[in-house]
Design a protein around this ligand. Structure first.
Ligand code: FAD
Length: 309
């Protein structure tokens, strides 16, 4: 069995693997796709100490760093079920979709998350070419340009307020007849001079010129189609943690995030979690990397304290 088995090969999982291996622990990492969401990212300018890089380049660097160490890398495999140990110090099991069950004294779950998509024509085609999901990441790329934010919940309204300070104009489109964000955020949004808020506006298509986004079409409350010329669309209708396979085993939040404490410990002794799959606030690469290190050091602490049973 492994001392530490990490599920997920994004920034959080890679960091956890490196920290575990450096403690001399028998470490394994199972990843469906090494790099995780970083693989879907174009420019990255906020991974501190690297002025700019690209997703596939950073993913390759994460994997190469992990492979520097004696880590069992089990890639292109998905896990489907967790079997927590029946007592502290016991072995946990993880079933792979392909059949085998792996055993480990500690587990670090870093299966990340994915953005809910609008599912409209043009969204996939112009992803990273005007269609964006992360205002902290991509906001500065739209300096002085016109953007829309789809989604009127807290994340949509926060994104619109954030972007209004960077871009020339923001149009916020909310599908329903009222914003769902906290009142204080709504008041702030409505006080901004360069923001237009559209209610009962259902985004139906994102247009482009083959290279970049040039506009968006929405169906209004009047039932008619309307067009907006713009350069960017931020989709903010939910970040979904990849935790469906954990239901009934670990405590999850109302949003499906794994509930962790400040040491990255979950509700089950010996099982830790890190990154976007957890309740950690602000989902970013630099935060996931820090979280992975923290979960790994917590796993080490557990291993030296809790006797094998
Ligand atoms: P993820 O990166 O989501 O990795 C999850 C890992 O788990 C993957 O290896 C996946 O294959 C694996 N996995 C999931 N389910 C299973 C399973 N059942 N079995 C086995 N493996 C599984 N952040 C920034 O800081 N800067 C940016 O510029 C930036 N730009 C972004 C642009 C886009 C388009 C997106 C989508 C995100 C961006 N982010 C950015 C956010 C950043 O990518 C995430 O915060 C970060 O990748 C989270 O790391 P993670 O390791 O927690 O999860």
């Amino acid at each position: 069995p492994f001392d530490v088995l990490i599920i997920g090969g994004g920034p959080a999982g890679a960091s956890a693997a490196i920290y575990s291996a450096r403690k001399g622990l028998r470490t394994g990492i199972v990843a469906d796709r090494f790099g995780g969401q970083v693989m879907d990212t174009a420019g990255i300018e906020n991974f501190i100490s690297i002025k700019e890089t690209e997703g596939p380049k950073l993913s390759a660097a994460l994997e190469a760093h992990v492979r520097q160490y004696d880590v069992d890398v089990i890639s292109s495999q998905r896990v489907k079920e967790l079997f927590p140990a029946s007592r502290p110090g016991g072995l946990h099991g993880v079933a792979l979709e392909s059949g085998p069950i792996l055993h480990a004294r500690t587990i670090i779950i870093a299966t990340g998350a994915h953005w809910r998509q609008l599912g409209v024509p043009g969204e996939e085609e112009y992803r990273n070419k005007g269609v964006a999901y992360c205002p902290h990441c991509d906001g500065p790329f739209y300096k002085g340009k016109r953007v829309a934010v789809a989604g009127g919940g807290n994340s949509g309204v926060e994104a619109a307020i954030d972007l209004a300070g960077i871009v020339s104009h923001v149009t916020l489109l909310q599908r329903g007849s009222r914003l769902k964000a906290d009142k204080v955020l709504q008041d702030k949004l409505l006080s901004l001079p360069n923001v237009t808020v559209l209610m009962e506006a259902l985004t139906t298509r994102i247009q482009g010129n083959g290279k970049n986004v040039t506009g968006l079409t929405y169906r209004g409350g009047d039932g008619a189609d309307h067009h907006i010329d713009l350069e960017g669309v931020f989709v903010q209708i939910g970040l979904l943690p990849n935790t469906d396979w954990l239901r009934g085993t670990l405590k999850l939040s109302d949003y499906g995030e794994i509930v962790v404490n400040d040491h990255g410990a979950t509700s089950v002794p010996g099982i830790f979690a890190a990154g976007d799959a957890t309740t950690t606030p602000y989902k970013q690469i630099v935060i996931a990397v820090g979280d992975g290190a923290k979960a790994s050091l917590s796993a080490f602490d557990y291993l030296i304290r809790v006797p094998v049973t």
